[in-house]
Design a protein around this ligand. Structure first.
Ligand code: 1CP
Length: 340
């Protein structure tokens, strides 16, 4: 079926569409009153497990803001259902018994996401039906390192000392975990393609926790395998590694279709680093959406102008939208980009 608006997919394939396509990381979420109204009735876990509600929430930013792509409403940590590890969302994720010792590792179940997380595939089918080919649907997962970070730290972290301790003290155990997590995520993402997603994004949100040489040695080979194996399923893959622009050149060695750029580097400089033959996505500092129309317009236009030098550019924020954002200002940004 042909999409009514395929500007996002054209850009993913390196073709420049008539306008710069735009979507926002975390575009379905707490800054939208319509989302909060649903969350007042159901928990986050229940929402993720109810395909019809996932579809409703996924479509909110399409209807309210007019973005050029939808991203499945879910979370990077629901895949822990396949490991037999429960996650509490409070709203930040927390794991009661983090995986830190050899005995903890032995307890992991390594099930089949196609069965254990079947509700995600149900949500994808519900989203595709509700979208009726208006815009493409993006599926996603956390990258192996970011996913393992939550498993080992037991939640978010400022220092990442547990997961880094594991890397430095038990590199063989860590490599084995990365290997298995990568296999699991490949199966999970290929299942998302079978269920109907049009593109995939891999979030390495905590890439910046590691020094460049450690990222190169302990993370990059697994990420490379994940991206290239998933690409064989036939949809474009966006790779977003956040938190340290110093690793961008290394990340760019992975042949992802699109490279996500975080807000810590100017878009001009990022294109110099990754090369003008690559497709880039990004990178307005989400905190700028807490300012005013004039400042948002000036900064968004500058990014669109810089992006013209890349093979193609998908406008996005340089990380997830803040829950304090006024939806009217987000909508203003989207209209500025689409008419620039
Ligand atoms: O409703 C609520 O109160 C829960 C808040 C919430 C939401 C709206 C969480 C808990 N997850 C989500 C949805 C979510 N998470 C999406 C939905 C699709 C979208 O609109 O973009 C996506 C893509 C994610 C991905 C995600 N979850 C990431 C990667 C992106 C990023 O921000 O770097 C990460 C790191 C998570 C973990 C997570 N889940 C929830 C929170 C609050 C967090 C971050 C916590 C932390 O900082 O450690």
């Amino acid at each position: 079926m042909a999409l009514q608006n395929d500007s996002f997919l054209q850009a993913c394939r390196g073709v420049r569409p008539a306008h710069t396509p735009v979507w926002m990381m975390r575009q379905a979420g707490r800054y939208l009153p319509e989302y909060r109204a649903i969350r007042a009735k159901v928990s986050f876990n229940e929402l993720c497990r109810t395909p019809e509600l996932c579809a409703e929430v996924t479509l909110q930013p399409i209807d309210i803001l007019g973005v050029d792509a939808a991203i499945l409403f879910s979370d990077i940590l629901v895949v822990f259902d396949a490991l037999g590890v429960p996650v509490i969302f409070d709203p930040a994720p927390r794991i009661e018994s983090p995986v830190r010792t050899a005995a903890d590792v032995a307890r992991l179940r390594w099930g089949d996401p196609r069965e254990d997380v079947a509700y995600v595939y149900g949500a994808i089918r519900a989203c595709k039906a509700a979208l009726a080919d208006r815009v493409p649907l993006i599926g996603f997962c956390g990258a192996p390192f970011t996913t393992l970070s939550y498993l080992v730290e037991g939640g978010g972290s400022k220092t990442f000392e547990h997961v880094k301790g594991l890397i430095f003290r038990e590199p063989v155990v860590f490599a084995g975990l990365m290997e298995k997590m990568t296999d699991l995520l490949i199966t999970y993402l290929k299942g998302q393609v079978d269920a109907g997603v049009d593109a995939l994004q891999v979030f390495d949100s905590w890439a910046g926790a590691l020094a460049p040489e450690d990222y190169r040695e302990h993370v990059l080979p697994h990420l490379h395998r994940l991206v290239t194996e998933v690409q064989t399923a036939g949809v474009p893959v966006i790779l977003f590694a956040r938190g340290n622009a110093n690793i961008l050149a290394d990340v760019a060695t992975i042949p992802a279709d699109v490279l996500g750029i975080d807000w810590s580097i100017g878009m001009d400089r990022a294109i110099d680093v990754v090369g003008a033959e690559r497709v880039v996505q990004g990178n307005l500092d989400p905190t700028l959406l807490l300012s005013n129309k004039a400042l948002i317009e000036r900064r968004a236009r500058a990014i669109v102008e810089s992006g013209r030098r890349a093979k193609a550019h998908i406008f996005n924020l340089g990380h997830g939208i803040s829950k304090h954002t006024d939806p009217a200002l987000a909508k203003h940004m989207i209209q500025v980009v689409q008419s620039a």
